[in-house]
Design a binder for this molecule. Sequence first.
Ligand SMILES: [Zn+2]
Length: 786
Amino acid sequence: MKYTLNFLLSSAVVCLSIATSTTVLAKSTINDDKFRQLEEILPTPNIYRTASGAPGHKYWQQEVDYEIEIKLDDKTQQLTGSETLYYKNNSPDNLRYIWLQLDQNRMGRASDFKLTRTAPADKITYSGFRNVIETETFDGGNRILKVTDESNKALPYTINGTMMRIDLAKPLRTGAEIEFNIEWTYALQEQKVLGGRSGYEYFKEDDNYLYEVASWFPRAVAYYDAVGWQNKQFLGNGEFTLEFGDYDVKITVPADHIVASTGKLQNPKSVLTKTQRQRLDKAKKAKKPVLIVTPDEALENEKSRSTKEKTWHFKAENVRDFAFASSRKFIWDAQGYNKGGTDTMAMSFYPNEGNPLWERYSTEAIIHTMEQYNKYTFDYPYPVSISVNGPVGGMEYPMITFNGPRPTLDKKTGEKTYSRRTKYGLIGVIIHEVGHNYFPMIINSDERQWTWMDEGLNTFVQFLAEQSWEENYPSRRGHAADITEYMKSNNQVPIMTNSESILQFGNNAYGKPATALNILRETIMGRELFDFAFREYAQRWKFKRPTPADFFRTMEDASAVDLDWFWRGWFYTTDHVDIALGDIHLYRPDSQNPDTEEAWERALENEKPEFISNLRNKGHWLRTQDKPELLDFYNEHDKFTATNADRNKYNSANKKLEDWEKALLTNKSNFYIIDFNNVGGLVMPILLEVTYADNSKENIRIPAEIWRKNTSKVSKLLIRDKEITAIAVDPNWETADVNVNNNYWPARPIKSRFELYKRKKDDMMRDYNKELKSLDDDEKESGDDK
Ligand SMILES: [Zn+2]
């Protein structure tokens, strides 16, 4: 300590920061430039995608329109359909073939999904075990019956797993359009048994089915500038990468079914009763949901077994996919929402099993989602927004979402009840799935490649929407502190990992990116800059297909905040945040006045504890007590006494100083130097809450760039007249710091509980046997078998 101070004596105050960096760091640490720009990783900008993250002046995308007729067989749970596909080649390339997705082939016999599924853990639920067995035998693959061109001539095609290639007689020129026809059939899967994002649910009590139908027709694979044909097989996680287009769909179902679907109903007069149409009309301007089919009417419908059929005709413009649901069990409510550029009908379809939860929350949650998402992105553009309750836990399609949570039946009282978890689970999942209309249904990112681009961004806006539902809404994901357990876990891959290879899927693709964006908004960019840039991204890329680079670049381009370090750390590594408070030093300028300085040295000496031997020696015999003549000048004055020579030297040196220099020497401020260690690896802003002796507090927010020249250790100088009594790093837990125990000065105890329990006799015997066995094993291992 003394050495440092003397060192300081000879240097000016301005050199303080240099004075402290005496630690020698490994070269690799010093050169680990976490602020290196991302150009070396990101694709080179071009005429299709600019360096600012916007679509380029030659941006293009394909357009695929569909005319489909589909028939649902309620007896066999089979779908049979035919479609005409109109493919418009807007690319600058000539295409010799066109790839289609047959995602249903995932459930075909010996599919890649089934073959690459690894063995289950030996501890497994009943339903998990049933799923393992049933998946082996179920054949739900797509059977292609016919592929023909516009003049009904057979077209050659090749099926490779979940993809089908149609070979064209002559290349499809840039700007040209082609049409062809496909007929197909496949068996729907029982969702509760086989899982998946669609399927049917069977209700034993009333012998009825509820269908949620998706990925049900051959769809054109996305072809785009950055990837070409998106030719990754569907293994179950990487969802759908599709083109925008217009749909004309006719759905034939039993006459007593109610159909909920993507698109606008074209023939209400032939499928709805007059009462239903009147109620729908009333719903347009209603202040709360209006029942189109009441619970009693739905119960009555459940008993019906019509042998007739009805065809529901829907049209949808500028959508990337199409899904529907059908059942005679549906209650149906609706409420119009018309604000800004949004003019839509929010609608919910649910069986009586969904009440009392669904009638209270579903349609309200749809409207809440649009209201909130519109603020952060763009106005919801479609004519309907639907939430359906069925077997699928949560899944999104354009204009329609499938949401699972339902109340449970209390067997004692016979009443239906729902837990806190189910209530917030339902509101949360509806906000999430309806939110997917924005990401990726309209901001059409490549889901098969990047799950985070839709799930992460959507989960982030979901969090914002949830937080405006009620005060302290219990969001699962979004708050920084909720991601720390994951961030410090071992079994991790970076966010920038392909959808099918992600470990800890929910945390990686939903939780971490959503939290990262919330941290950008609250901590790094601030709400104003973030919201503008995020909205800019949404506006630039609505009805277009962005890539990660387009997002990264837009966020910087629209905010003038260099975030390359943030993308690099949070999206390309598995480092975590752990900033530890290091030493705290208190400095003053050395006055050079020997009287002042010696007195200070003496005070410092007196602050030291007394040595143990000195303490115990108190009062023992001393030679100088018997012979005081041995004492001299040096015993009278301690070693901290200034001499006249010192004083003369000081006076003459002082004369040579300018007034401002003299003033610096007598500066009475406290110069606190606070050391910080980056234990976790991620560089982040350092957020400080400083408490002073008078109990006042100060918050200091230091940008992450403080780490730009040394990413493992930095020191910060605070010049304050007041005395600091406490320091907290990240006092509001906003940076996802995984270990806050090293964030406080003075340190705080880590509070916990001992949990006491009684040991059962059986456990004791089991432990005893285990111990005996491990003793055996030890003996075996130390034997000579090795
Ligand atoms: Zn999702």
